[in-house]
Structure formats: C-alpha cells, structure tokens
Write a protein of this length. Structure first.
Lengths: 136, 386
C-alpha cells in the first residue's frame, strides 16, 4: 500500500514570506523585476538578469508543461513509503522551470510536454506546496 | 596567464580501503596525507600549503592543527566532489604566484559507515525550500537529466549501461574495488529501477575512504627522485538553474572544458586517457559531450563498441573502475579522478588497463548535481616531459 505523499513544511524567510503566504491562499505568485520585467525563479528580491532589487509579486497562470520527470521507486526519509511517486520540472507558461511533484494521475502516463495545472498541498503551517496535476 | 608547466603533481595516494568504520575522518585525512607525501618523497614538515574541503563540518584550520602543519597558504573551496580538481588548479596558480612550493590536498569521508544522511548538504541555502520538499534524492536529480537527454537525443538505457560495463571491465583488475565483478548491459537493465530511467547499476558506489595529492613547484619537482606529472591547465565553472531556465542536457564541463583545454594548449583529440566524473552513467554521457569528445547529443552512440574501454578504446576512461565500481569516497569522487590520471601518466596503472604511451590526460569533476546546480572543474595533466 502506497502512503500519501508527505507534505514537508518549507522554511520561510522574510524574503520569501510573500511567496509562501500566497500559497496558503491558493495562489502561485512569481517575482517580476520592476526594472526589466524578468520573471524570477526561485523567489527572491534580486533580479539575476539586471541586478535590480525592486520586484513585484504577480499571480501566475498556474499552467505549464512537463520539461522532465522521474518516477521515484526508492526515496529518502519520509518519502520512502510514498513510492512510486513523480518528481518533475514543470515549465510554467511564464517561463521558469520549477521542481515539483506531479500528483493525481498514473505515473506511467506522465510524458514530457504534457500540460499541467497547479494544485496545493496545505502544510498546516500557513503555507502550501505547489504541486501539479495533468490537465485532462 | 596559463598554469601550464608551473606546477607538478609529485605524490598521489588513494586509501586502499572502502569501509573504515574503525576510523575517524581526520585519521583518514592523515593516512592519505602521509601516503601521498611518502609517494613524493616528502614529509609533513615540507608542506607549505594545505587544501581540503569543508564538507564534514571542519576545514583547513582544524586539519592544519591535526596534521601539525605551518602552511603559509591554505584554501577550502567547497564544490562537492569536484573540489579537489579545483584545489589542484588553485595550488598551481598559488605556486606560479610564488605563494608556496609544496601543496598538500587531502580528502576523507565516511559515507558508507555513517550513511547518506551524514553527508547530506545542509539546509539554509536560498534554494532549499524550493527543492527539498519534493522527496528529491541525488539519484532522482540525475534521473531528471537522463530523461531529458533521452527525450532530446534518443539516448537509451542500454547506451547508459555501456558506461557501467566499461567501468566494471576495468574494476575487475583493481583488488581494492568495491564492485570488482564484470557486469553486462542486460544486468544493468535488469537491476531495480531507483528513479526512472536510472537503475541501481547506473549509480556509483557509496564508500568510506579518501585520497591525497601533492602539488609542487618545478624547482621542487626537479629535486625529487619520483616521476612527477605536469599540470598543463585547469578551469572551473558553476552551472546553475539560470533563473529557472535550466537546460538539463549539459553540465558545467561545457564551460570549464574549453577553458581548460585553452589553458593547457591541447585539444580533446590529444587526450590519451580521461578520468570522467561518474556519479551516475548519465554524468559520463553528458560530460564527454561537453568536453568535446563528441557532439552534443551523440554521447549515447559514442560509448558503444567499447569506446571507453582501456587500453584500446577511443577514449579509455576511469581505469581504476571509477566511482561506478571502484570508489566514490563520501560521495565525492574528484580526488580519485586525479589519482588514476597520475597513475596512467606515470605508467603505473594496472597493466591490463595501462594506456600505451600515455602522454596527455584529462580529469574532470562534477560537484553538486547536474539536476540543479554544480561546480565543475576540468584538469589537464601531462607526462613529466609533456
């Protein structure tokens, strides 16, 4: 019997607090550079493209496609009882390729290029993990 | 300024054991330090520069005290398994700048006895919360790269397996190898999937142990009786997420490789032997492409028909059995990459895998993960008279 995927609590910092508090409201927000418009990943307040330090948090579409994935059969720590499960890079429609889990579908059917939408796993700690499920 | 000919590797020593539950980590550092210095014909009192990583919660300050050194130059660049290949380049540059003459580089760890958790990277890095919450292991991160490489270039699991087969053909001649048994492509494919598309036998071994090398000035090298190895060039690079636009089909070798070859004033076609970092089979496929031994995407077909098998393959690699079969101490294989290249250039590899007339060697390290971010270092070495 496969256990449910664990929901580890992410560490929040003053810098990433707006990102994580948005996830608790069911929103995936991305930092956009106020100077050059670059969409920044992972969330931070420095634009790696131009060096500006003024950013705005903008809600993402929550849609993307699979850039790469792996079906995990042996996993560390609390994830070991949840195998098989899927880890993927999902390329958001806004550009960034984000590391995540794919849930809500058979691991055997996942393929590169497959369309995905964000779903949230509540950590119970004022944040939620952004995971993705296939768009039928 | 190139470092070509500005420094020589005079001593190299790999700890002969793969399980050391009766040792502390500093003890292993000390044993490999003494081994490498004895190999060079030098002693601890001769050392005036010291290099080690900081992966075990301590670095040069502690080890300089433990070893009783009084160096005037030290460094602890920490780029995972590639650290030691960076250290050699930095030692050569320091020697060229006149800051030191005899640099000792040591590496030690107890990943096998103490478990993977003992060597896990600490949290607190800016990316940690966005990557540590998905159940990601080292294998899974490399599996993501392998899956993408397969998608873009048609690389197959059987092609990846050829890398393991070549390593195992070499390991059978190494009495210290953790996995001295020759394996077949089918055995690799039949081993359990750990994280698709990577099987258990696509992975490196987990071992205790370590190694050390001694890098000296040309003046010191001339005075030593032992055959030395010339440092021809080195370069390093960090390849990272690139603001979330990561491309999983190449590694930091794509940057460090060409720079190192330029530094050394040699070309990939000049290389007689290659130590290629082999944490996983996919690491080798991507790295040989990035170093210019074949075109991007052609790594899978390049390794067919024994191309990596010594002594007569197109690119004899990892003749000690590599991280895949011999030794990957503390999940950091860089030091062993240098040591086997030194053996080849001295003509002291096992006779069954010694590359005839080996004059130019490359040793490449990848630290961190090709699935996220890595520190890469390419070191070009030559025979003493190269």
């Amino acid at each position: 019997m496969t256990a449910a995927l664990p929901i580890p609590v992410p560490e929040r910092t003053p810098e990433t607090e707006p990102f994580w508090s948005a996830t608790a409201r069911g929103q995936l927000v991305l930092a956009h550079c106020d100077a050059c418009g670059t969409v920044i990943w992972y969330p931070k307040t420095l634009c790696p493209a131009c060096g500006a330090t003024s950013i705005s948090w903008v809600e993402a579409s929550g849609h993307g496609s699979v850039y790469s994935f792996t079906v995990v059969h042996r996993a560390p720590g609390p994830f070991k009882d949840a195998v098989p499960f899927v880890i993927a890079y999902v390329e958001l429609d806004e550009g960034p390729r984000v590391l995540t889990n794919i849930v809500g579908g058979s691991p055997d059917l996942i393929h590169i290029g497959q369309r995905m939408r964000v779903v949230f796993s509540d950590t119970g700690d004022g944040s939620a993990l952004y995971r993705f499920e296939p768009i039928e | 300024m190139t470092i070509r000919g500005k420094a020589f590797i005079a001593g190299a020593h790999e700890h002969p054991r793969r399980e050391l539950p009766d040792h502390s980590i500093p003890q292993i550092h000390a044993e490999v330090a003494l081994g490498a210095l004895a190999d060079a014909g030098l002693s601890l009192a001769d050392v005036d520069a010291y290099f080690c990583d900081s992966s075990n919660g301590f670095g040069p300050i502690s080890m300089i005290e433990y070893l009783g050194l009084q160096p005037r130059y030290f460094e602890s660049t920490e780029t995972g398994g590639s650290s030691y290949l960076v250290h050699v380049g930095h030692a050569a540059a320091a020697i060229a700048a006149g800051r030191c003459q005899i640099a000792l580089i040591t590496m030690a760890g107890l990943a096998r006895s103490r478990g993977m958790a003992a060597v896990a990277r600490s949290t607190g890095s800016p990316e940690a919360s966005f990557e540590s919450t998905w159940g990601l292991s080292a294998v899974s991160a490399y599996a993501l790269a392998a899956q993408r490489h397969m998608y873009e270039f048609g690389t197959t699991s059987a092609q990846l397996a050829e890398v393991k087969v070549a390593a195992s053909l070499h390991a059978q001649h190494n009495p210290n190898a953790l996995l001295p048994k020759v394996v077949t492509v089918q055995e690799v494919l039949d081993s359990p999937l750990i994280s698709s598309p990577l099987h258990r036998l696509d992975c490196c071994v987990v071992t205790d142990g370590g190694g050390a090398v001694v890098v000296v000035s040309p003046e010191v090298a001339r005075e030593l009786e032992r055959t030395t190895v010339k440092v021809l060039g080195q370069a390093e690079a960090v390849k990272h997420l690139d603001n979330g636009r990561i491309d999983l089909t190449y590694t930091g070798a794509a940057t460090s490789g060409p720079l190192a070859f330029e530094d050394a004033q040699v070309r990939p076609g000049d290389v007689d032997y290659a130590s290629i970092y082999d944490s996983f089979t996919i690491t080798v496929i991507e790295t040989i492409e990035d170093l210019g031994f074949c075109a991007k995407g052609d790594g899978g077909t390049y390794v067919l028909e024994g191309a990596l098998v010594a002594p007569f393959g197109r690119l004899p690699f990892n003749t000690d059995g590599g991280g895949l079969c011999n030794n990957h101490p503390s999940n950091r294989g860089g030091i062993t990459k240098i040591i086997e290249a030194v053996r080849q250039l001295r003509g002291e590899a096992h006779p069954a895998v010694q590359v005839p007339d080996c004059e130019i060697a490359v040793a490449h390290g990848t630290g961190g993960s090709i699935g996220t971010r890595m520190g890469s270092s390419t070191l070009i070495l030559g025979r003493e008279d190269a």
